[in-house]
Ligand binder design. Structure first.
Ligand code: PA5
Length: 426
């Protein structure tokens, strides 16, 4: 489903020399004996997930689809990025599918929150509030505003039917509130961290409301789960990619630029950055994950990549087939000089842009590339891809000798902010 192609690396890892470490880490992951092992709930989740809850998600999603114009998804970080990435990847950027899915709770920006509330105030909207801890300030503020607006608009009873909460099974402020108010609730197991939660109800409910086939997504993830247990690097594209990343890091490349040729995958890049950045960036170690969309960003970052400082390598997600294609038309006057491309598919042009750029960056720019090759992206293959990246991430972080599943550094800004805001105890 995903092939890791190392043909465009200027320096290749000695895979044989890595194999013993990869074997040991693979055992650590599978037997759940490594650092952070109480957060490995995602590992077998495509097999062990609660099938009854899954059916409840499908039913609730249908109810929202049948009754509302907008679903407002309220969450941040791991409780936001995966759903947004998946919905854009599958439905595109100008989807007119109903209900519309919009996001809030990921910012303190009064402009953004004001605009969003104005946008939905006269529409029939439901809310999916997502927070594992239930105490995340961005999410909590937005939810308080949404809840107040909805209750004023439709009354408490109708509002209750329109609010869906995704949170920890047992604890937390959102769990308590949901129980008290009687909201339909979906569970994020305590052994799954936010950035590893896209294939749980955190992602599944918004995706189902967006009309995405979540059964197919889970089947794709299940295939990945089965295939990517394989310890042999040459037979496991996730481990091969992890080893290449580690080799790049030790070859003095500090930045990994995740590249796609599809604007609908910009948010996948955001998800990628959180997954790897939060998992690896600790103890003064780790690659800085960056992302770019070509050819768009060749007109901005292209110069730097070609001739700037040699800090980065590129990871390119190569999709062989687009979901839709467009033919370039003939023009009698040909004033734009484009008739040499008449009747050509745009996917052909995009492919030549990719090949030309690869040659320029690799041969002239001396930039290392790893290609992640896939045939196309649909719900099934996206489920596979999410799991692929999570498995790569676990292996990569353990190769760096850091705990992939904690994020101690994230708390420091919060403490300062709470102190400045005058929160009790700070
Ligand atoms: O990956 C993570 O753990 C974080 O990004 C969290 O998902 C994010 O901070 C939101 O947390 P919560 O779901 O508790 O509101």
């Amino acid at each position: 489903m995903v092939k890791t192609n190392d043909s465009y690396l200027l320096t290749k890892p000695d895979y044989a020399a890595y194999q013993a470490r990869v074997n040991a880490i693979n055992e650590k992951i599978e037997n759940k004996t490594g650092a952070g092992n109480d957060f490995l709930g995602w590992l077998n989740y495509p097999d062990t997930y609660d099938k009854e809850e899954f059916e409840r998600i499908i039913k609730a999603a249908k109810y929202v689809r049948d009754n509302y114009e907008v679903l407002v998804v309220c969450g941040i970080g791991g409780s936001y990025l995966g759903a947004r990435a998946a919905i854009e990847a599958i439905n595109g950027l100008h989807s007119n599918k109903k209900p519309e899915i919009i996001f809030i709770g990921q910012t303190f920006s009064s402009d953004y929150i004001y605009e969003t509330l104005e946008y939905i105030k006269d529409k029939k909207f439901a809310i999916n509030v997502i927070s594992k801890s239930g105490t995340t300030t961005e999410t909590a503020i937005s939810f308080r505003l949404l809840k107040e607006m909805l209750e004023k608009k439709v009354g408490k009873e109708e509002a209750r039917k329109a609010i869906f909460a995704t949170t920890d099974k047992e604890k937390g402020a959102l769990k308590e509130l949901s129980t008290k108010e009687g909201y339909e609730t979906f569970t994020l197991n305590s052994d799954v961290g936010g950035r590893f939660s896209v294939l749980t109800p955190v992602g599944l409910f918004p995706l189902a409301v967006a009309g995405i086939d979540i059964a197919s997504l889970m089947n794709g993830a299940h295939q990945a789960m089965m295939e990517l247990k394989e310890p042999l690097i040459e037979n496991n594209p996730a481990y091969k990619y992890a080893v290449i990343r580690d080799h790049m890091y030790h070859s003095n490349k500090q930045v990994e630029m995740f590249v796609t040729y599809e604007p609908r995958l910009v948010q996948l890049g955001e998800w990628f950055k959180q997954l790897f950045g939060e998992s690896e960036g600790k103890e003064e170690k780790g690659l800085l994950p960056d992302s770019a969309t070509f050819s768009t960003d060749l007109h901005s970052l292209g110069q730097f990549i070609q001739q700037g400082s040699k800090v980065l390598f590129e990871t390119i997600l190569c999709l062989d087939k687009p979901n839709k294609d467009v033919i370039i038309p003939h023009d009698d006057e040909n004033l734009d000089g484009l008739n040499y491309l008449e009747n050509k598919q745009l996917s052909f042009v995009n492919k030549q842009a990719f090949l030309g750029t690869l040659k320029a960056h690799f041969e002239d720019g001396k930039v290392n590339h790893v290609l992640l090759e896939m045939d196309h992206l649909d719900a099934y293959s996206l489920g596979y891809l999410f799991y692929f990246f999570m498995k790569t991430c676990a292996m990569s972080a353990y190769l760096l000798d850091v705990n992939p599943f904690n994020q101690p550094g994230v708390e420091i800004y919060k403490k300062n902010m709470f102190h400045l805001l005058g929160k009790k105890g700070y």
